[in-house]
Design a protein around this ligand. Structure first.
Ligand code: HEM
Length: 143
């Protein structure tokens, strides 16, 4: 269960990052060059949102089955930077990033002007992406 889930969480992270990067670049370009918020923009933003949420869900389940997650929680493990990353920093930062990405998507939906729609996606997804990248265990991933 743990090995399979870890592999899935690790593999889907590539797709999550890729779709977020595509959404930031595409909507960012459309925002800065005052282009339409077309069906393509909408689909890209939605796919990035769905993959991010899926990644979060896999992470939440993994947290309770991984020896690096909840079961490793102790005063001693909090003093170890790698353990602290998995127990606290990684999950917490990812949840904050996902909240921001979700806010960006729903704000974009409510805006009327195409430029504002693209801006909400580009700005909020970029902040989310930076947060995610800041707490990925790069020393062990990609394996
Ligand atoms: C966008 C959100 C997330 C991304 C991109 C992400 C990415 C990753 C990556 C790349 C790894 C390393 C996998 C490996 O060693 O092969 C990892 C491990 C892990 N993640 Fe996440 N993660 C996310 C969200 C979460 C959340 C919300 C939680 C928990 C609530 C979580 C819990 C874990 C745990 C416990 C591990 C260690 C697994 C193990 O070695 O047994 N992740 N994550």
């Amino acid at each position: 269960m743990h090995t399979g889930l870890k592999l899935l969480h690790s593999s889907s992270a590539y797709l999550t990052l890729a779709f977020l990067i595509i959404a930031v670049l595409y909507c960012g370009y459309c925002w800065l060059s005052s282009k339409e918020f077309s069906k393509t923009n909408k689909i890209i933003a939605l796919v990035a949102l769905i993959f991010s949420h899926l990644q979060l869900l896999l992470g939440l389940i993994l947290y309770f089955v991984s020896p690096m997650g909840m079961s490793n929680f102790s005063g001693a493990s909090m003093k170890d930077s790698m353990s602290r990353l998995y127990i606290l920093e990684h999950p917490l930062t990812m949840i904050i990033a996902l909240v921001l990405i979700t806010i960006g998507y729903s704000k974009s939906k409510r805006k009327m002007i195409p430029e504002d729609k693209n801006k909400m996606i580009a700005v909020f997804y970029l902040i989310g992406l930076i947060l995610i990248a800041s707490r990925i265990p790069w020393s062990v991933w990609p394996a």
